[in-house]
Ligand binder design. Structure first.
Ligand code: C5P
Length: 399
């Protein structure tokens, strides 16, 4: 899949570096086209390094036209993302101006167009900008999709609508269209709590026991539930993921903290999804000071004590929410998952084989089997984003 990433002049252009990186990571071929204004905020070299391709900046460049001119670029692209899209770029696209390479490519391309606006909130609310957006939607009909802008604090200090959507969300949005995910608002009025990521169990002030969970599946579920209309609480262990927009996040480190926060906030929750890879054991005693190597002693023993089971504790509550668990297994996957379904008093369990490196822990894809007392549903391999919607859709048929 070939993507042209168009960058126009706005301070949010710094976020587009992460967007370029994420798109490459997702396996897209990315070519960057920058307007003169964009080059004032961030250098083409940054994007050349991130995408491995030369960056296109000028329309009338003999060398560029010999290589990949605007018509070749327009034909090459399957999708064009403009992020950030300034007020001026929206006006240029609307008027059909081709005074910049990016706008000429857009005019000459049949590719689907994604626009992620970013500007000051007053500019965004200006009727001229809004009129241009409506005109673009009318003229391009199904060919154009606007992503955001989001509300929040802006680079200029103002607060309101106008922030460029987060790179993770833009990638999710573009990929979702790719995978034709349909988002139905079936969770409106529902409150969903999700645990995600690993836990860290301290040994001493600088060391801990943890596992390889990236948190991607739990975060994808949180985003999907929110897009399906739910109010979402995400209780997250330490991960390298950005907090999704419009989701209440509670950051925790250990299993004990995760349990405490889950119990404290579970009231009124309709659905609980235990997606965290909770450490089974914690150190029976956390050393107050950093443990030292002991001369002449070649082994060291740590005493571990069983952690509370968060999912089972929630599933035992008198007003228990609808409970969904995950079973990461390396052998007898379905059989072991069914045992957990019973033992933990769950409504559904999502079983996956983590012995395969292309699915499960840390990967972007997953392949799972959904098991309830009555049903077994097998899903084919797909992105964690798409799977999140599929899991929630399936769960909602029972809920
Ligand atoms: O027993 P096992 O760890 O395989 O169970 C996995 C499921 O239980 C996952 O949904 C996980 O989030 C949850 N779990 C939990 N608290 C634990 C251990 C597992 O919530 N201490």
């Amino acid at each position: 899949m070939n993507i042209i990433l168009g960058i126009t002049g706005g301070i949010a252009a710094y976020k587009t570096a992460s967007l370029a990186r994420l798109l490459v990571k997702q396996g897209y071929s990315v070519r960057v086209v920058m307007t003169a204004g964009a080059c004032e905020f961030i250098t083409p070299l940054t994007f050349q390094a991130l995408t491995g391709n030369a960056v296109h900046t000028t329309l009338l460049d003999e060398q560029a036209e010999k290589g990949m001119g605007h018509i070749e670029l327009a034909k090459w692209a399957d999708k064009i993302i403009v992020a950030p899209a300034s007020a001026n770029s929206i006006a240029s696209m609307c008027s059909g101006s081709a005074n910049e390479l990016l706008y000429a490519v857009i005019l000459a391309s049949k590719a689907k167009l994604f626009i992620a606006p970013a500007m000051n909130e007053v500019m965004w609310a200006n009727p001229v900008v809004q009129k241009n957006i409506q005109e673009l939607k009318k003229m391009y009909v199904d060919k154009i999709q606007f992503i955001g802008p989001d509300a929040g604090e802006q680079a200029c200090g103002d607060v309101g609508y106008g922030r460029m959507s987060e790179p993770e969300y833009i990638v999710e949005f573009v990929s979702r269209l790719n995978e034709q995910i349909t988002v139905e608002q079936i969770l409106v009025g529902k409150k969903v709590m999700i645990t995600a990521g690993p836990t860290q169990e301290l040994i001493d002030p600088v060391r801990y026991i943890t596992n390889k969970s990236s948190g991607k599946m739990g975060y994808a579920l949180a985003i999907a539930a929110q897009k399906m209309g739910a109010q979402v609480i995400l209780v997250s262990g330490p991960v390298n993921l950005k907090c999704p927009e419009n989701i209440a996040i509670i950051n925790v480190q250990s299993a004990k903290q995760m349990l405490q926060q889950a119990l404290a906030n579970i009231n009124d929750c309709d659905i609980f999804i235990g997606c965290a890879a909770v450490a089974d054991y914690a150190c029976s005693q956390v050393s107050e000071h950093k443990l030292k190597k002991i001369d002449g002693q070649s082994t060291m023993t740590l005493e571990l004590i069983k952690n509370p089971d968060i999912l089972a504790s929630i599933a035992q509550l008198p007003n228990k929410p609808f409970c969904v668990g995950f079973a990461a297994e390396t052998q007898n996957v379905e059989q072991n998952a069914k045992i957990k379904l019973e033992q933990k008093n769950l409504d559904w369990i999502v079983a996956n084989d983590v012995s395969k490196s292309e699915i499960g822990f840390n990967s972007d894809d997953n392949q799972v089997t959904l098991i309830s007392k009555e049903k077994t549903l097998q899903f084919k391999k797909m992105s964690k984003q798409k799977l999140a919607y599929s899991i929630l859709n399936a769960v909602c048929t029972d809920f």
